[in-house]
Ligand binder design. Structure first.
Ligand SMILES: Cc1cc2nc3c(=O)[nH]c(=O)nc-3n(C[C@H](O)[C@H](O)[C@H](O)COP(=O)(O)OP(=O)(O)OC[C@H]3O[C@@H](n4cnc5c(N)ncnc54)[C@H](O)[C@@H]3O)c2cc1C
Length: 290
């Protein structure tokens, strides 16, 4: 198989080398996901546009004046995992990164590639949806912001156009008292892909849940909000009863896809259990929140 590998020096050059009408022309960041697809002949590129030389322009974790985070698309997962800033503002992400694949992959894989790949088994997208994160995407036509919940639209499908690149991820500052947690269930090793990944986010007034977000990944074709589970929480006391009801509601509404890590019915039961566990973790005094 032959293809050309180009290494533009600027974002403008990279964009000009992409082709919105040719799916065989693709950007490559860390290459951890793309190289596996090329090696297994799932993807046959004619041109790969490496983003390697855009490292300076698109790398790093920056705190804005309002406490929100701006993360360059070429920031590696290891850099994120070790970021003191992330550990303080969004520990739920730092903790999830510890068991995301292995250190060799994390050293090379980038957050931009992680988000653009569209694999429904990714750990971070469900969490980013609960946190209300957005990505900034740039194309020769200009730029736009895409909510994390609207980025991955189906099985390996995203809302990105063929000539659009993610340049940064924006994670807003969370309101005081908001609690987020992630429950990753792996059927094989602890750092395997999640068979089911459940991200939750709660805002309470006193003990009453006034706002809830519950997002399932791994079991569905894209990170999916469990609206019945959210309704089971909202207006109720944050505790055993509401958490069990939310787990039952999520198990009722999820449309699980079976794969090597579990059948659909098995994943449905794992959703029931892990929604409840994620909620328990969210309200427990723990390292998952500032
Ligand atoms: C062995 C192994 C185990 C893994 N286990 C896990 C796991 O447990 N949990 C988990 O969440 N993930 C896991 N992953 C997936 C890993 O998170 C992704 O491979 C990685 O994040 C992709 O990043 P990358 O920079 O290497 O992307 P690449 O492989 O370079 O690109 C992936 C896709 O994104 C596109 N792309 C890249 N950058 C951009 C950009 N800036 N804008 C637009 N499009 C872009 C490419 O064109 C390509 O389509 C695993 C991967 C491997 C290889």
């Amino acid at each position: 198989m032959s293809f050309e590998l180009l290494e533009p020096a600027t974002l403008g050059e990279a964009l000009a080398l992409l082709d919105p009408d040719d799916l065989a022309v693709r950007a490559v960041a860390g290459g951890t996901a793309l190289s596996l697809m090329v090696q297994s002949h799932i993807f046959k590129p004619t041109r790969l546009v490496s983003l390697r030389r855009l490292n300076g322009e698109l790398r790093g974790v920056h705190v804005e004046g309002d406490g929100s985070l701006r993360i360059g698309a070429m920031t590696t997962l290891t850099e994120l995992e070790r970021s003191p800033v992330l550990a303080v503002s969004e520990p739920v992400l730092s903790r999830a990164l510890h068991t995301l694949s292995n250190v060799r992959v994390r050293n090379i894989a980038t957050i931009g590639g992680h988000l653009a790949h569209g694999d429904p088994h990714m750990d971070l997208p469900p969490i980013l949806v609960t946190l209300g994160a957005r990505v900034r995407a740039v194309s020769p036509r200009g730029e736009r912001w895409i909510d994390a919940g609207e980025l991955i639209t189906g099985y390996y499908e995203t809302s990105l156009a063929g000539d659009e690149l993610i340049v940064e991820l924006h994670v807003p500052a969370q309101p005081p008292g908001a609690r987020a947690a992630y429950a990753k269930f792996t059927a094989l090793s602890a750092d395997d892909w999640p068979a089911v990944g459940v991200a939750v986010w709660l805002r309470r007034e006193g003990e009453t849940v006034v706002e809830a977000r519950v997002v399932v990944g791994g079991a569905t074709d894209h990170p999916t909000r469990m609206t019945a589970a959210e309704a089971a929480l909202t207006g109720n006391t944050a505790g055993v009863k509401a958490f069990a009801a939310a787990g039952d509601a999520a198990a009722g509404e999820v449309e699980p896809l079976g794969d090597l890590r579990g059948s659909g019915p098995y994943k449905r039961e794992m959703v029931r259990v892990h929604v409840r566990r994620a909620l328990e973790r969210a309200v427990a005094p723990s390292e998952d929140h500032p």
